[in-house]
Write a new protein. Structure first.
Length: 147
Protein backbone atom coordinates (compact mmCIF):
# COMPACT_ATOMS: atom_id res chain seq x y z
CA UNK A 1 0.00 0.00 0.00
CA UNK A 2 2.91 2.34 0.63
CA UNK A 3 4.10 1.68 -2.93
CA UNK A 4 0.69 2.52 -4.39
CA UNK A 5 0.57 5.66 -2.27
CA UNK A 6 4.06 6.68 -3.43
CA UNK A 7 3.22 6.18 -7.11
CA UNK A 8 0.07 8.22 -6.60
CA UNK A 9 1.80 10.95 -4.62
CA UNK A 10 2.90 14.29 -5.97
CA UNK A 11 6.40 13.14 -6.94
CA UNK A 12 5.13 9.95 -8.56
CA UNK A 13 2.47 11.81 -10.51
CA UNK A 14 5.00 14.40 -11.67
CA UNK A 15 7.29 11.68 -13.01
CA UNK A 16 4.37 10.00 -14.82
CA UNK A 17 3.05 13.34 -16.10
CA UNK A 18 6.46 14.33 -17.44
CA UNK A 19 6.88 10.97 -19.19
CA UNK A 20 3.40 11.13 -20.73
CA UNK A 21 3.81 14.71 -21.93
CA UNK A 22 7.23 13.92 -23.39
CA UNK A 23 5.71 11.04 -25.36
CA UNK A 24 2.78 13.17 -26.55
CA UNK A 25 4.79 16.29 -27.38
CA UNK A 26 6.03 15.22 -30.80
CA UNK A 27 2.75 14.20 -32.44
CA UNK A 28 -0.02 15.39 -30.15
CA UNK A 29 1.22 18.66 -28.69
CA UNK A 30 -2.25 20.05 -27.91
CA UNK A 31 -3.09 16.91 -25.97
CA UNK A 32 0.10 17.30 -23.94
CA UNK A 33 -0.74 20.93 -23.20
CA UNK A 34 -4.31 19.95 -22.30
CA UNK A 35 -3.02 17.29 -19.90
CA UNK A 36 -0.63 19.77 -18.26
CA UNK A 37 -3.40 22.36 -17.92
CA UNK A 38 -5.86 19.86 -16.48
CA UNK A 39 -3.34 18.69 -13.90
CA UNK A 40 -2.27 22.21 -12.91
CA UNK A 41 -5.85 23.39 -12.50
CA UNK A 42 -6.90 20.28 -10.60
CA UNK A 43 -3.97 20.65 -8.22
CA UNK A 44 -4.83 24.28 -7.51
CA UNK A 45 -8.49 23.35 -6.97
CA UNK A 46 -7.54 20.65 -4.46
CA UNK A 47 -5.21 22.97 -2.55
CA UNK A 48 -7.95 25.60 -2.34
CA UNK A 49 -10.54 23.08 -1.13
CA UNK A 50 -8.15 21.77 1.54
CA UNK A 51 -7.73 25.31 2.86
CA UNK A 52 -11.47 25.96 2.82
CA UNK A 53 -12.35 22.79 4.76
CA UNK A 54 -9.18 22.64 6.92
CA UNK A 55 -10.08 19.15 8.16
CA UNK A 56 -7.57 17.36 10.40
CA UNK A 57 -6.29 13.93 9.51
CA UNK A 58 -7.51 10.81 11.34
CA UNK A 59 -5.75 10.18 14.63
CA UNK A 60 -7.18 6.79 15.58
CA UNK A 61 -4.00 4.92 14.61
CA UNK A 62 -0.41 5.91 13.96
CA UNK A 63 0.00 7.04 10.34
CA UNK A 64 2.00 4.71 8.12
CA UNK A 65 2.79 7.67 5.86
CA UNK A 66 4.11 11.07 6.94
CA UNK A 67 1.77 13.90 5.98
CA UNK A 68 1.48 17.50 7.11
CA UNK A 69 -1.43 18.87 5.10
CA UNK A 70 -5.16 18.89 5.69
CA UNK A 71 -7.18 15.75 5.09
CA UNK A 72 -10.32 16.75 3.17
CA UNK A 73 -10.54 16.19 0.21
CA UNK A 74 -7.79 13.67 -0.49
CA UNK A 75 -5.19 15.09 -2.87
CA UNK A 76 -4.05 11.59 -3.82
CA UNK A 77 -7.60 10.57 -4.73
CA UNK A 78 -8.36 13.77 -6.65
CA UNK A 79 -4.99 13.98 -8.38
CA UNK A 80 -5.04 10.40 -9.56
CA UNK A 81 -8.67 10.56 -10.67
CA UNK A 82 -7.68 13.57 -12.77
CA UNK A 83 -4.40 12.12 -14.10
CA UNK A 84 -5.45 8.58 -14.94
CA UNK A 85 -8.91 9.72 -15.98
CA UNK A 86 -7.41 12.31 -18.35
CA UNK A 87 -5.14 9.67 -19.89
CA UNK A 88 -8.13 7.38 -20.38
CA UNK A 89 -10.06 10.22 -22.03
CA UNK A 90 -7.14 11.02 -24.33
CA UNK A 91 -6.67 7.46 -25.51
CA UNK A 92 -10.31 6.36 -25.29
CA UNK A 93 -9.82 2.59 -25.12
CA UNK A 94 -11.86 0.30 -22.92
CA UNK A 95 -8.72 -1.30 -21.46
CA UNK A 96 -7.42 2.18 -20.65
CA UNK A 97 -10.54 3.02 -18.70
CA UNK A 98 -10.31 -0.27 -16.79
CA UNK A 99 -6.63 0.25 -15.99
CA UNK A 100 -7.27 3.83 -14.90
CA UNK A 101 -10.11 2.68 -12.65
CA UNK A 102 -7.94 0.05 -10.99
CA UNK A 103 -5.10 2.50 -10.38
CA UNK A 104 -7.46 5.15 -9.00
CA UNK A 105 -9.14 2.64 -6.68
CA UNK A 106 -5.87 1.13 -5.43
CA UNK A 107 -4.31 4.50 -4.67
CA UNK A 108 -7.46 5.76 -2.93
CA UNK A 109 -7.79 2.63 -0.80
CA UNK A 110 -4.09 2.84 0.10
CA UNK A 111 -4.65 6.24 1.74
CA UNK A 112 -7.32 4.83 4.07
CA UNK A 113 -5.22 1.70 4.68
CA UNK A 114 -2.24 3.85 5.72
CA UNK A 115 -4.44 5.72 8.19
CA UNK A 116 -3.97 9.19 6.69
CA UNK A 117 -7.52 9.65 5.35
CA UNK A 118 -11.06 8.86 6.28
CA UNK A 119 -13.01 7.05 3.55
CA UNK A 120 -15.07 10.24 3.10
CA UNK A 121 -11.86 12.17 2.28
CA UNK A 122 -11.05 9.74 -0.51
CA UNK A 123 -14.62 9.70 -1.82
CA UNK A 124 -14.67 13.51 -1.87
CA UNK A 125 -11.34 13.52 -3.71
CA UNK A 126 -12.73 11.16 -6.34
CA UNK A 127 -15.84 13.32 -6.75
CA UNK A 128 -13.73 16.47 -7.00
CA UNK A 129 -11.44 14.88 -9.59
CA UNK A 130 -14.34 13.51 -11.63
CA UNK A 131 -16.08 16.89 -11.60
CA UNK A 132 -12.90 18.66 -12.72
CA UNK A 133 -12.40 16.07 -15.47
CA UNK A 134 -15.98 16.51 -16.68
CA UNK A 135 -15.46 20.27 -16.89
CA UNK A 136 -12.13 19.88 -18.70
CA UNK A 137 -13.47 17.24 -21.09
CA UNK A 138 -15.59 19.97 -22.68
CA UNK A 139 -12.42 21.39 -24.20
CA UNK A 140 -10.62 18.11 -24.88
CA UNK A 141 -8.64 18.68 -28.09
CA UNK A 142 -8.41 14.99 -29.02
CA UNK A 143 -12.19 14.65 -29.18
CA UNK A 144 -12.47 17.46 -31.70
CA UNK A 145 -9.61 16.32 -33.93
CA UNK A 146 -7.40 19.23 -32.94
CA UNK A 147 -4.19 17.31 -32.27
Amino acid sequence: MQGASAVGGTAGRLVLLTACCAMLWGRRRRCALWLLSVMAGGTLLNLALKQIFAAPRPDLLPHLDIVNSYSFPSGHAAGNMIFFGALALLFGRRAGYAGAGLAIALIGVSRVWLGVHWPSDVLAGWIEGLGWLALCAVWLPARRGQD
